[in-house]
Ligand binder design. Structure first.
Ligand SMILES: C[S@@+](CC[C@H](N)C(=O)[O-])C[C@H]1O[C@@H](n2cnc3c(N)ncnc32)[C@H](O)[C@@H]1O
Length: 267
């Protein structure tokens, strides 16, 4: 791909998703886009760019963002956040709270919201509660995988055995086994496509917890500040925002107080 075509892809991707790609990402962008081009039988990056721009339905933009986005995730990733959820839920339940709304913003293939669901099911066992988990992502391909909720043995390895036995159905054995999420978890989670770079969002609060982990690393400060403003609007006072450990949001968190590494409370 020549430099001009690369720059035009970068500008288009930023405009449509807020994802910022530096010059050193040229090889990555080129190979990911080539995947999509192969599917369409288009040989040249410039022709594909034209194809995307000419598609007035907007569908090809979605397909392009599907191949561009990075979806690495796993069950119980950065597990101290889930310990923290458990701690807070214990407290809220003791205080008599019974309705809880969680949001996994940038949920990828579902491991994050299903981990939330397992933790919430465990901590609320025996209580009569109304639990809701919203899980959103920009990628339609990854959302479809989330909804399927089927994971191979390697993926399922990071789920503690008792939880895996309780919340997943297994088919097959050993390395060939596949694990599918049981209805008791699935029924807690609502999956929706949402572009985090376009504010305001069509949702109302109040939410108790927002997880937006390993997503803001792809955005520049303009997109991050707008996003954090929306998280602030949607959280209840005393609600929590968890971000990825590698994310530095210094100077952008008006209305939040840091209480632990990568955990903020709405003040
Ligand atoms: C690396 S994954 C993080 C998954 C999970 N939160 C975790 O920490 O394991 C980043 C996710 O953010 C999504 N994403 C990227 N840009 C987005 C945007 N503008 N709106 C919504 N989701 C976006 C990607 O599709 C991808 O699934």
């Amino acid at each position: 791909m020549n430099r001009e075509t690369f720059n035009r892809f970068v500008a288009l991707i930023y405009e449509k998703s807020g994802i910022t790609l530096n010059d050193n990402k040229e090889a990555l962008v080129s190979s990911r886009i080539a995947k999509r081009m192969r599917k369409l039988g288009i040989a040249n990056h410039r022709d594909y760019l034209r194809y995307v721009l000419d598609d007035t339905s907007g569908e090809e933009i979605v397909n392009m963002l599907d191949v561009i986005s990075t979806n690495v995730t796993h069950f119980f990733r950065e597990s101290q956040h889930f310990d923290f959820v458990q701690e807070k839920m214990d407290l809220w339940l003791r205080n008599g709270d019974r309705r809880f709304t969680f949001w996994s913003a940038g949920c990828s293939s579902g491991e994050e919201p299903y981990t939330m669901a397992m933790v919430l099911r465990e901590v609320t066992k025996g209580s009569n509660v109304d639990l809701r988990i919203l899980a959103t992502d920009i990628s339609t391909r990854i959302l479809a995988r989330s909804k399927d909720g089927v994971y191979d043995a390697k993926k399922a390895e990071s789920i503690p055995r008792p939880l895996r036995d309780r919340y997943f159905d297994r088919e097959g054995s050993g390395e060939a086994a596949v694990y599918s999420v049981k209805e008791t978890l699935r029924s807690l989670v609502t999956f929706k496509r949402l572009n985090l770079s376009v504010v305001p969002f069509p949702m109302k609060g109040p939410m108790d917890f927002i997880f937006c982990r390993n997503v803001m690393i792809y955005f520049d400060n303009r997109v991050r500040v707008n996003l954090l403003g929306e998280f602030h609007r949607l959280l209840k006072p005393g609600g929590y925002l968890c971000v990825g450990h590698a994310e530095s949001l210094t100077g952008m968190l008006g209305g939040f107080k840091a209480i632990r590494p990568s955990v903020y409370v709405k003040t």
